[in-house]
Design a protein around this ligand. Structure first.
Ligand SMILES: Cc1cc2nc3c(=O)[nH]c(=O)nc-3n(C[C@H](O)[C@H](O)[C@H](O)COP(=O)(O)OP(=O)(O)OC[C@H]3O[C@@H](n4cnc5c(N)ncnc54)[C@H](O)[C@@H]3O)c2cc1C
Length: 638
């Protein structure tokens, strides 16, 4: 099969307008006869459901949380990017496009990225109209700051709660449609399978997590906006419930997965403090605007950080990347931290952290100014660590954070299954091999508010003659039987080990061998270990309780069973990409200075993977990337 990204013709800057001008429409009278399933109520899902509901489609919106506004977007702290150039510091749509392409190490599609930058200003206007309380300057203008990998200020923020405030805006829009009866909400419902009819996505099987009841839902199209799967690493900045199940089960029904091993490891998480920890807390990247990162020059250093003189400190990012310094992109900053920690310079009780120091900023700007910018982050740090970061440096460490990989989608955000769309972090589309900070909230919102309304309508215009589908057809029956069989299998094992036990082992395996750096030897080893772990899982897992009740352990077991398959594909993906690019750092492919060594001749493509059946190796289908606007260069932040 050849992949067609369906990029519109014409010059880059006209492509999205060309698409909008030519996309097919659905008559308002027909819209109310058409049903749309949206799985996920994060920014991507809420924005899509609210927008499509407002257009008059009948939307069913699903999430596993008890409220739509608890979707994981709520956790995002630092900000959302837009090329508004309010600071007059030389920003433009093209510059944002270029920064994003370069940040992703030239492994994303030009047309998608340009659209992201083009729609960014519109998103800020939309959010302001919804009442999102962005930080403002004294004169009333929206304020912005810098995030890693750029030299302009284009990150709009609402203190350290940007995701929460944006999500409240999207949630209001969603609830307006709920009261208008164009959207029906199904909270505490988990999608367990996708239903295809005549090769098209026409429904889902879900489990009501409160009652255990299995339900069938049909529609004319299905949108997955189910977020990222970085939680596969167990210790990550994501919440415990984040999972890959919806996209993975769609994958097994024919949707290709793209570059699943491209995981962003964030440089500014709080370090792991002990074996019983299940989640790492993120300290926003915005802190790197004013915080300076360093480790002691002496491996045996025992002094309090404030007592270590300047000439005995190694500000390694400023030393290695003088042009970007502490704002080097995430992949580079995380790797540099790992390099220092592995070399024995790590600080803290576990020697697994580096310092993030605000003393210079406080001296220059005053404590009040720093409190104004980051007060809630400093408070959070104090609550967790009992340390006053105004008085001594924070300790930070890299942690798994974001999935650049996900379901393969074309320019319309449609997967390889007709009628199945993937939005937000669930797709692979815009970030290449490394996402720039604050581009993800943007992508989720742009996908949901601005792209899906056009592209989903374009698809539905061809479906106006499809009747509402009953759910007693063979396709729904078969899918439900499959779901019940899997749940039954998990419950019947009757072993002694918990789902968490497997998750922890899997997470460590992945972090060690398919995390910040990868090698052929390590990846081959991990693949074998994952296979063994999967076998052990199906022999020794213990899931108490039954299927017909609220059963948190059963939910977890289902998600881990999927992670055990996703993990193998991640390693396969990393193994076959014999180059280093962005977050994918293969130890065999690096420069003399330890920087990523790309191989554009052989690997300038998106790796899309096609499921071949249980225990069969997946097939790689490359989608070549063409660069017409930008020259492929060695990414340098020096
Ligand atoms: C701690 C943290 C801080 C971040 N800070 C920033 C930032 O400052 N700026 C930025 O740009 N990005 C940030 N990010 C990334 C950004 O928050 C996410 O990429 C983005 O919010 C994802 O939005 P989404 O709508 O795709 O998915 P999510 O918000 O994760 O929503 C997923 C939805 O899918 C539902 N779901 C999942 N699986 C199923 C299933 N099987 N059945 C039913 N429902 C399901 C969930 O219930 C949820 O409603 C941060 C991420 C983290 C973890």
């Amino acid at each position: 099969m050849e992949l067609n990204a369906k990029i519109p013709p014409g010059p880059l800057k006209d492509k999205w307008n060309f698409y909008k001008d030519h996309a097919k429409l659905v008559n308002p009278a027909n819209r109310k006869k058409m049903e749309v399933i949206v799985v996920g109520t994060g920014l991507a899902g809420s924005a899509a459901a609210a927008s499509l509901g407002e257009m008059g489609y009948m939307v069913k919106s699903f999430c596993f949380q008890d409220s739509a506004r608890r979707a994981h977007s709520v956790a995002a702290q630092g900000g959302v990017n837009a090329a508004k150039n309010y600071k007059n510091d030389g920003d433009s749509v093209y510059r944002m496009f270029y920064d994003t392409i370069k940040g992703g190490d030239f492994r994303s599609r030009e047309a998608n990225v340009y659209r992201l930058a083009e729609c960014s200003a519109q998103l800020i206007d939309q959010a302001v109209a919804q009442g999102v309380p962005f930080g403002r300057e004294y004169g009333g203008y929206l304020n912005n700051r810098s995030f890693g990998g750029v030299q302009v200020s284009r990150t709009f923020y609402a203190r350290g709660q940007t995701g929460q405030q944006l999500l409240l805006g999207a949630y209001q829009a969603l609830m307006r449609q709920v009261s208008a009866k164009t959207v029906t909400l199904y909270t505490r419902h988990e999608m367990l399978d996708l239903v295809l009819v005549d090769g098209k996505a026409r429904g889902i099987i879900v489990r009501n997590l409160d009652t255990g009841e299995i339900e069938r839902h049909s529609a004319h199209t299905v949108i997955l906006a189910t977020g990222g799967f970085g939680k596969i690493y167990y210790l990550s900045t994501l919440a415990m419930g984040c999972n890959a199940s919806a996209i993975w089960r769609a994958h097994k029904k024919g949707a290709f997965m793209a570059c699943p091993s491209w995981t962003q490891v964030h440089p500014t998480s709080l370090p792991q403090s002990g074996d019983y920890q299940s989640k790492l807390t993120l300290m926003s990247e915005s802190l790197r605007n004013d915080g300076r990162i360093w480790v002691p020059l002496n491996r045996e250093e025992k002094r309090n950080p404030n007592d270590i003189p300047e000439n005995e400190r190694d500000y390694y990012l400023e030393r290695r990347y003088p042009a970007f310094g502490n704002l080097a992109p995430r992949d580079i900053s995380s790797r540099a931290a790992k390099e220092r920690i592995d070399a024995g310079f790590g600080v803290g009780p576990q020697r697994n952290a580096v310092y993030l120091d605000f003393s210079k900023a406080i001296k220059e700007q005053g404590k009040e100014k720093i409190r104004e910018k980051y007060g809630n982050l400093f408070d959070m740090y104090r609550k967790i660590t009992a340390t006053d970061a105004y008085a001594e440096p924070m300790m930070i460490s890299p942690a798994a954070h974001f999935s650049m990989g996900g379901l393969w989608v074309d320019y319309e955000l449609m997967t390889t299954i007709p009628g199945l769309f993937a939005l937000g972090e669930a797709n692979f589309a815009d970030h290449g091999a490394n996402r720039l900070g604050a581009n993800s909230l943007l992508q989720a919102c742009v996908d949901g508010y601005f792209v899906a309304p056009y592209t989903v309508s374009n698809y539905l215009s061809g479906e106006i003659h499809s009747e509402k589908l009953e759910t007693d057809t063979q396709e729904f029956v078969d899918a439900e039987v499959q779901v019940r069989a899997h749940l039954g299998r998990l419950l019947a094992i009757g072993g002694t080990k918990t789902a968490d036990h497997y998750h922890k082992i899997l997470g460590k395996l992945l972090y060690d061998h398919c995390g910040l750096s990868r090698s052929k030897k390590g990846l081959l080893y991990a693949i074998e270990e994952i296979k063994k772990l999967r076998e052990d899982f199906y022999e020794h897992l213990k899931v108490p309780g039954t299927e017909d009740e609220m059963n948190g352990e059963l939910e977890k077991a289902g998600r881990i069973s999927d992670y055990l398959e996703v993990a193998e594909l991640m390693c396969q993906d990393a193994l076959t990409r014999e180059e280093s690019c962005g977050a994918h750092f293969r130890e065999e492919y690096q420069t003399a200075e330890g920087e990523a060594l790309r191989n554009d001749e052989q690997f300038c493509f998106v790796s899309a993977w096609q499921w071949q059946g249980e225990n069969k190796e997946e097939q790689l289908v490359p989608e070549p990337l063409y660069f017409e606007q930008v020259e492929l260069t060695v990414r340098s932040y020096k």
